[in-house]
Design a protein around this ligand. Structure first.
Ligand code: IPM
Ligand code: MG
Length: 352
């Protein structure tokens, strides 16, 4: 089959990690007889440089004409002084909103080979870790009405019934195919949006009697992720809480460089990107970890193209490379073999 993939390299380490991901995808294509056609678009700082805006009409058209979108990362000091409404990050928010990819899946999986890279004590993560964060991605405080003056600034967090209900349904569907355990995270003791969130999650839960639901305050969840992360299977939460908790969860797996993501809507078209940023401090040095992006590509094969075997082939290849001791700098520990971004991509591609 032929699939059209919009490729947005973005800024910082974006081009480096995307190059390795494409190397792996091309290997999958050859092995399984597919054709991936890449169409280059621009997002974030590189788009500001080219078009003057972080997300252009041209790139929007390319994305909407593709079967999936693969994104590196956006942002960097070069664009820090730009007015807030056209910063690189705005491009990312705009593309998420335009494509209505409201379900953001962030699986935090600790590979047993990386246990020593996790800051948690052995007894906490001994039996591994596999938590799926389901983050609402197109609502809440990221998109609410705001105002700014030098004297006063306001951000607001609106949520509608429909926005909460559709993400809750997605999360319960996913829970059904996992351990049937869902923790909804909110701030019900303070926020009205959380009051509505909890009410609607409980309503939706009635349609999924086989799934065990519990509710947890976000501050407690942040603590529980450290002391007992294995109690979680699915964490369902709103946009900003999900942003924060997913960075926290990623570190449990050894490095932010290991956390992939899939952003999905009601169509097959999805947006796939690592959870980490553009890491301008290490850009161009061939030391970034491409694994989160390569795992995001595996998610793309799974969720947008229904190519489950191919997705598993990528995940197995990563496991194999890790079990042979190869590590990028961020996950390096004594006794392992430190390799570059390019070598990591090559190693993984060779195992497909
Ligand atoms: C993420 C990032 C983005 C977010 C930023 C870059 C706007 O932190 O994908 O988690 O906050 O959603
Ligand atoms: Mg984030």
């Amino acid at each position: 089959m032929e699939y059209k993939i919009a490729v947005l390299k973005g800024d910082g380490i974006g081009p480096e990690i995307i190059a390795e991901t494409i190397k792996v995808l091309d290997k999958v294509a050859g092995k399984y007889g597919h054709k991936f056609v890449y169409q280059r678009g621009y997002l974030g700082g590189e788009s500001i440089d080219k078009y003057g805006v972080p997300y252009s009409e041209e790139t929007s058209r390319i994305c909407r004409n593709s079967d999936a979108i693969l994104l590196g990362a956006v942002g960097g000091p070069k664009w820090n002084e730009i007015e807030a409404y056209k910063r690189p990050e705005k491009g990312l928010l705009a593309i998420r909103k335009e494509l209505a990819v409201y379900t953001n899946l962030r699986p935090a999986i600790l590979f047993k080979e990386l246990r020593s890279a996790s800051p948690l004590k052995d007894e906490i993560v001994e039996d591994g870790l596999d938590v799926m964060i389901v983050r609402e991605l197109t609502g809440g405080i990221y998109f609410g009405p705001r105002e700014y003056s030098e004297e006063k600034a306001v951000d607001t967090m609106p949520y509608t019934r429909n926005e909460i209900e559709r993400i809750a349904r997605k999360a319960f569907e996913i829970a059904r195919n996992r351990n049937k355990k869902l923790t909804s995270v909110d701030k019900h003791n303070v926020l009205d949006t959380s009051k509505l969130w909890r009410k609607i999650v409980n309503e939706v839960a009635k349609d999924y009697p086989d799934v065990e639901v519990s509710h947890m305050y976000v501050d407690n969840a942040a603590m529980q992720l450290i002391i007992n992360p294995r109690q979680f299977d699915i964490i369902l939460t709103e946009n900003m809480f999900g942003d924060i908790l997913s960075d926290e969860a990623s570190m449990l797996t050894g490095s932010l460089g290991m956390l992939p993501s899939a952003s999905l809507g009601d169509e097959k078209l999805g947006l796939y990107e690592p959870c980490h940023g553009s890491a301008p401090d290490i850009a161009g040095q061939n030391i970034a970890n491409p694994i989160a992006t390569i795992m995001s590509a595996a998610m793309m094969l799974r969720y947008s193209f229904d190519l489950e075997d191919e997705a598993i082939a990528i995940e197995k290849a990563i496991e194999e490379v890790l079990s042979q001791g190869y590590r990028t700098a961020d996950i390096y520990t004594e006794g392992t073999i430190k390799i570059s971004t390019v070598e990591m991509g090559t190693q993984i591609a060779n195992k497909i």
